[in-house]
Design a protein around this ligand. Structure first.
Ligand code: PBG
Length: 326
């Protein structure tokens, strides 16, 4: 008689067996759709480097979000493209700025059935494209920028944001924003901190989507994280939690799955991961060339992010993934 051997293939034999023993589940509930809304346009504008994603008008945004809600997606995150940019990015805290108007629309349409998140940064609003106001060396002035982030947070909260998501990587931004929110009685508004945000080449298509060029061919390496570092991400997360963050984020996702795994082990708060524009566009481009099956790669990516330990995934694939998972 031969010694009974465990054979792992037994549980892979049929689709139903595979479903039964699957360790990781992905549902529309896990997804947040990033959306762009642009001031001063009358029709949605395609974004060449992000096929299938558009700059919305207020009206087309409402339609898109209604569709996402019907698909069972609980949350969206808004990015604004203002008509007028200036050195400080003042449209970001204008009560009638484009994101504030869009937040009001979405809250009118969906109330508590939708989590309305607002990206909280200045780069879409400044004429130099940096995430803060500049000092005399042309670098974002950390503490002067915190003041402005507080004003943006207040404007977004007053427009109905459920969650504000600071993405500028200034030190102390979470504490400044929490303080500014509490000061206007917005204790209920949560902070999703882009805590471990790396200076990544994968944000290229996003910058087309928000019409941002960093002045003088500059970059964000002076404030976003250096991708040589992994431990440092845990320190960023720890500080943001100490400052009052309710959820934390790792960004981008796939090149940083190690960071997601370590964050999941060390912290018990909800962890988000951002499958960013370049990650999305690489799938779409290779699919268009017929080199990969884009729909299959998309699900493989999203499941990998979930398997690494993310609770929440921000992705331009949200609608198509929700349809595929239905
Ligand atoms: C900054 C911000 C960026 C992204 C989200 N928030 C761009 C940057 O840091 O340069 C990138 C998202 C993506 O690439 O999909 N407001």
């Amino acid at each position: 008689m031969t010694f009974p051997q465990r054979r792992l293939r037994r549980l892979r034999r049929t689709p139903a067996l595979r479903r039964l023993v699957a360790e990781t589940r992905l549902a529309p509930d896990d997804l947040v759709a990033p959306l762009f809304v642009r001031e001063g346009i009358t029709e949605a504008q395609p974004i060449a480097s992000l096929p299938g994603v558009v700059q919305h008008t207020r009206e087309t945004l409402r339609k898109e979000v209604a569709h996402l809600v019907d698909l069972g997606i609980p949350a969206v995150i808004l990015f604004g493209v203002p008509e007028r940019k200036d050195a400080e990015g003042s449209e970001a805290w204008n009560p009638d700025g484009i994101v504030q108007l869009a937040l009001r629309d979405l809250k009118d349409d969906h109330g508590g059935r939708l989590v309305a998140m607002a990206d909280l940064c200045l780069d879409e609003y400044t004429d130099h494209g940096h995430c803060g106001v500049l000092d005399r060396h042309g670098e974002p002035d950390n503490d002067a920028t915190l003041e402005l982030y507080g004003q943006v947070a207040q404007a977004q909260a007053q427009a109905g944001a459920d969650v504000v998501a600071p993405s500028g990587m200034m030190d102390g931004q979470v504490a400044a924003i929490r303080g500014a929110l509490d000061e206007v009685g917005a204790q209920q508004v949560a902070v999703l901190a882009y805590s471990a945000k790396y200076a990544s080449a994968l944000y290229g298509p996003f910058r087309d989507a928000v019409d941002v060029t960093i002045a003088g061919g500059g970059d964000r390496k002076g404030y976003q994280q250096d991708w040589h570092n992994g431990r440092e991400a845990l320190e960023e997360i720890r500080l943001d939690l100490d400052e009052g963050a309710d959820m934390v984020m790792v960004k981008p996702a796939l090149a940083y799955l190690d960071v997601i795994v370590r964050a999941r082990q060390d912290f018990d708060v909800p962890i988000a991961a951002y499958h960013v524009s370049g990650e999305y566009s690489m799938i779409k481009a290779a699919d268009q060339l017929g080199w990969v099956d884009g729909a299959a790669v998309a699900l493989e990516h999203l499941y990998a992010i979930k398997r690494a330990g993310a609770d929440v995934i921000l992705t331009y694939l949200a609608a198509e993934a929700a349809e595929a998972l239905a």
